[in-house]
Design a binder for this molecule. Structure first.
Ligand SMILES: Cc1cc2nc3c(=O)[nH]c(=O)nc-3n(C[C@H](O)[C@H](O)[C@H](O)COP(=O)(O)O)c2cc1C
Ligand SMILES: CCCCCCC(=O)C(=O)O
Length: 412
């Protein structure tokens, strides 16, 4: 392992022959670095040394050092036993590559497009709530990083900066994620504001008729921030006597009667294309095509809703086959490496979205941290493509990966 060290402003490259700091990177429990805010690059200190962050997992360690426990737990946690949370990561590790050799990969091109919108790579920013809890500039910093990397950002309905603030902060392609509230008029107003402010699609989250049970938030008595988007529309202030304030807020506001017929209602209030986020079965994928949405996102909400649903990567093929190329299929959940992105594309996703990695970058280093997270994943994807013999994302095929199911089938 090669560590890049910056001592008193000078870059020194320290090879493995010197001191070995590998143990400091291997797990959350033994990380002992301190983030350094005075540097514009992603650095942290170990003793009197300054070390550069080289992957998403190290950004996560930095975020853990920086954030108050209540917020780190909110961002990182999952539902109930967090079985699916672990599975979202583990399922990627069970998929191996079938690389092809002797292919000219001297030029690679990662660019792609979704619903006609060009992107520098098939990596998008997933909607995640409350960015100002991670970094003061909140979603504006995230939007600037997404725009700088030519990446599509999906702004959360529960953003801490308004639809208008994000829209006016920089140019960039943005989608708007929607929760449908019991107060349908409020949801309709936000959809119309998104449309007026140049957002290009509505991402309707369909896996949250009620909020999943998140024990970390219950124990920490998680308090959700006030949301400026709703100023003048209704109060987002809720005081729960015990447990998670967020859960109390969600149970007061979310419309759990939302159903397939409501897609017509949504279509009647917007001209934007609609994507459904939270589809995990072939049956629902077929229905999504039938009701005429523009795309589906295979997602289990980062394992924060129903525990013991499968890892998203393990149901991707089922959904892709059911959709049969009629609309784009995207995936999120557990993407931490460029190799994960490649695996999702090989199994039929047109693009992936990243949730927590963005928050970790944001907490650690603001806009720069988010930019680095996106760039690191993009670089890792590019190298994976080269090493698998693929020059463009279109060259990535099902034959480039081997799943658990493939292994079982080969035994029959
Ligand atoms: C802290 C946090 C907040 C989230 N907020 C939202 C949200 O407001 N709307 C939504 O549709 N999904 C939300 N999600 C789910 C993400 O959009 C996405 O599905 C998930 O984070 C992907 O998994 P990953 O974090 O492993 O990349 C949230 C996820 C996290 C971790
Ligand atoms: C009214 C719903 C609040 C949802 C909070 C954001 C979210 O989706 C999450 O996973 O957390």
């Amino acid at each position: 392992m090669l560590l890049k060290l910056i001592l008193q402003g000078e870059m020194v490259v320290c090879a493995g022959a010197g001191a070995d700091y590998r143990h400091l990177f291997s797990s959350a429990s033994n990380f002992s670095g301190q983030p350094l805010h005075q540097f514009s690059s992603a650095l942290y200190s170990i003793g009197n040394m300054v070390v550069e962050v080289v992957n998403v997992s190290e950004f996560q360690q930095l975020a853990k050092e920086i954030l108050p426990k209540m917020y780190y737990d909110y961002f990182t946690g999952g539902a109930e036993d967090e079985h699916t949370l672990r599975e979202n990561l583990e399922a990627f590790r069970r998929i191996t590559f079938r690389p092809r050799v002797l292919i000219d990969v001297s030029r690679t091109n990662l660019s792609t497009n979704i619903l006609g919108f060009d992107m520098s790579s098939p990596i998008m920013v997933a909607p995640t709530a409350f960015h100002s809890l991670a970094y003061s500039e909140g979603e504006v910093a995230t939007a600037k990083a997404a725009a700088a990397t030519n990446t599509i950002m999906v702004l959360s309905y529960s953003s801490t900066r308004t639809i208008e603030e994000v829209a006016s902060s920089c140019n960039g392609i943005r989608f708007f994620q929607l929760y449908v509230y019991k107060r349908r008029d409020v949801s309709a107003i936000l959809v119309q504001r998104a449309e007026r402010n140049g957002y290009k699609a509505i991402v309707l989250t369909v896996d949250t008729p009620k909020l999943g049970r998140r024990w970390r938030d219950i124990k920490n008595k998680m308090v959700a921030p006030q949301l400026k988007n709703f100023d003048g529309l209704f109060s987002t202030e809720v005081v729960a006597e015990k447990g998670s304030n967020l859960e109390a807020f969600a149970s007061q506001t979310l419309d759990s009667s939302l159903n397939w017929k409501d897609i017509e209602w949504l279509k009647s209030i917007t001209n934007l294309p609609i994507l459904l986020k939270g589809v995990l079965t072939a049956e629902d994928a077929v229905k999504a095509v039938e009701v005429g949405v523009a795309g589906v996102i295979v997602s289990n909400h980062g394992a924060r809703q129903l525990d013991f649903v499968p890892a998203t990567i393990s149901v991707l093929e089922e959904v892709v086959q059911a959709v049969g190329g009629r609309i784009p299929v995207l995936l999120d959940g557990g993407i931490r490496r460029g190799t994960d992105v490649f695996k999702a594309l090989a199994l039929g996703a047109q693009a992936v979205l990243i949730g927590r990695p963005v928050i970790y970058g944001l907490a650690a280093k603001g806009q720069y941290g988010v930019t680095r997270v996106i760039e690191m994943l993009r670089d890792e994807l590019e190298r994976t493509m080269s090493l698998c013999g693929c020059c463009s994302v279109k060259d990535i095929t099902r034959n480039h990966v081997r799943t658990e199911r493939d292994k079982l089938q080969s035994l029959l």
